[in-house]
Design a protein around this ligand. Structure first.
Ligand code: ADP
Ligand code: NA
Length: 350
C-alpha cells in the first residue's frame, strides 16, 4: 500500500526552544495541516533516547508531560496526530534488538552523535580506554533504536533537521539489510524518505557560531516557547552582534546579525528572505537596535501565545487531559507497531 506514514521524535529533555520549533516542530505541524486524508501521523516523545545520558526520574517524568503539552501548544492536534511516549510501545525496543543482530559495528563507530555527546572529536581512532569506559552501550547504539522507531511503523516520511540526516541514512541501511537478509529483497521494512526542515540552523543568541541548544549553560542563549513577551524582548535586545552599526546579511563575517535576520525571515508572513529584510530595514542606514526591535516584534506576535496554551494544557482536567491524549496516541502506535512486528517475526522465524 502506498499510504503515507509520517514519523518523527523529540527527546523530553526540557522546554523546546526556538531552534526546536523552527527546525522540527513547525514542520511537524505543517505536515499535519497539509496531510491527505488517510495519511498516518505519529509523533513520539522519545524517553528511551533521553536515558542514554543520566536523568533524574522525577525530572524525566515531568519533562515528558511538559513536552506533550508543548507539542499540543504548537498546534499538533490529537485528532489527526498520534502523540505518544516511546516507552509506551514496547515494539520499538523489540525491533531494536532484531535490527542490532544485522547492524554493523563499523557503521555505528563512524556516526558522529555519540562523539559529540561525549565531547570527543569526530576522529574515531582517538577513543582511548577512559573514553571507552564512559561510553555507554546505549549511547553508542542509539541510532539502532532510532532506526527501529521509524521502521517499526513502516514510516514512509521522516521530518528531521540537518543534524539527523546521517541517522536517517542508517535507518534506510537497516531496512535494506533486513529485507535482504530475511525477505529475499522484498519490502518487509520500508526504507523511509527524509523530509528536511526548510528552516536554517538557528544559532545561539550569545555565541552565534554554535547552534541554539538546550545544553547551553547560558539561559540568554535561547528563547523558550514558554518565554513571555518581556523575556523575549530582553533576550533579543541582549543578543551578541558586532560593532558595525548597519544591517547586512553575511553569515561568515556577521554571524550574530545574520542569525537575527534568519530568525526574522523564519517568522515573516510575507516570506521575505534575510537579504531582503536587511534591505527593507534600510541596510547601511539601519541600526542594530532597529533590527533587534523588528525581530522581537515578530517573535512576540507568535511565541507568547504558545506559552499560554502550554500552561492551559498542563493544567487541563487536573492533568488528566494529557494522560488521555498520550494513552490514545500510544494505542494507535501500538497497533501500527504490532502489525510490523508480525511481519518481522514471521520473516525471522520468531
Ligand atoms: P537540542 O540540541 O537543543 O538538545 P534536540 O537534539 O532535542 O535539541 O533536537 C530536537 C529537534 O530540534 C531536532 O530535529 C533538531 O534537528 C532540531 N534542532 C535542535 N536545535 C536546533 C537549532 N539550533 N536549529 C534548528 N533545529 C534545531
Ligand atoms: Na541535539
Amino acid at each position: 500500500d502506498a499510504a503515507t506514514v509520517i514519523f518523527s521524535g523529540i527527546q523530553p529533555t526540557g522546554i523546546p526552544h526556538l531552534g526546536n520549533y523552527l527546525g522540527a516542530l513547525q514542520n511537524w505541524r505543517r505536515l499535519q495541516d497539509e496531510a491527505q486524508p488517510g495519511a498516518k501521523l505519529l509523533y513520539s516523545i522519545v524517553d528511551l533516547h533521553a536515558i542514554t545520558l543520566p536523568q533524574q526520574a522525577p525530572m524525566l517524568r515531568q519533562w515528558k508531560r511538559e513536552m506533550l503539552a508543548a507539542l499540543l501548544a504548537v498546534g499538533l492536534d490529537p485528532a489527526r496526530s498520534s502523540i505518544f511516549y516511546q516507552s509506551s510501545v514496547p515494539a520499538h525496543t523489540e525491533l531494536m534488538w532484531i535490527l542490532s543482530c544485522t547492524a554493523s559495528m563499523g557503521y555505528l563507530s563512524r556516526m558522529t552523535q555519540w562523539k559529540s555527546k561525549l565531547h570527543l572529536s569526530d576522529d574515531a581512532s582517538a577513543l582511548d580506554e577512559k573514553a571507552k569506559a564512559s561510553l555507554k552501550l546505549g549511547l553508542f547504539s542509539y541510532p539502532v533504536l532510532q532506526a527501529a522507531d521509524i521502521l517499526v511503523h513502516r514510516a514512509t516520511h521522516v521530518p528531521v533537521g540537518e543534524d539527523q540526516r546521517q541517522h536517517l541514512e542508517f535507518a534506510r541501511e537497516c531496512a535494506t539489510n533486513f529485507n535482504h537478509t530475511f525477505g529475499a529483497g522484498s519490502k518487509l521494512l520500508v526504507p523511509p524518505e527524509t523530509i528536511l526542515s526548510p528552516a536554517k540552523r538557528i544559532m545561539s543568541l550569545q555565541t552565534p557560531t554554535s547552534k541554539m541548544s538546550k545544553s547551553d549553560t547560558d539561559p540568554r542563549s535561547r528563547i523558550l516557547l514558554t518565554d513571555s513577551a518581556e523575556e523575549i524582548h530582553k533576550k533579543i535586545m541582549a543578543a551578541k552582534t558586532d560593532s558595525t552599526n548597519a544591517v547586512s546579511y553575511d553569515r561568515a563575517a556577521r554571524p550574530g546579525v545574520a542569525n537575527l535576520l534568519e530568525l526574522w525571515a523564519s517568522f515573516d508572513a510575507r516570506g521575505r528572505g534575510p537579504e531582503m529584510l536587511a534591505e527593507e530595514l534600510g541596510g547601511q542606514k539601519a541600526s542594530l537596535k532597529d533590527l533587534k526591535t523588528s525581530v522581537a516584534d515578530v517573535l512576540v506576535e507568535e511565541i507568547p501565545a504558545i506559552g499560554v496554551r502550554y500552561r492551559e494544557f498542563l493544567e487541563k482536567d487536573g492533568g488528566r487531559y494529557l494522560d488521555e491524549v498520550e494513552e490514545e496516541g500510544a494505542r494507535v502506535a501500538r497497533k501500527s507497531a504490532d502489525e510490523t512486528m508480525e511481519i518481522v517475526k514471521r520473516a525471522v522465524g520468531l
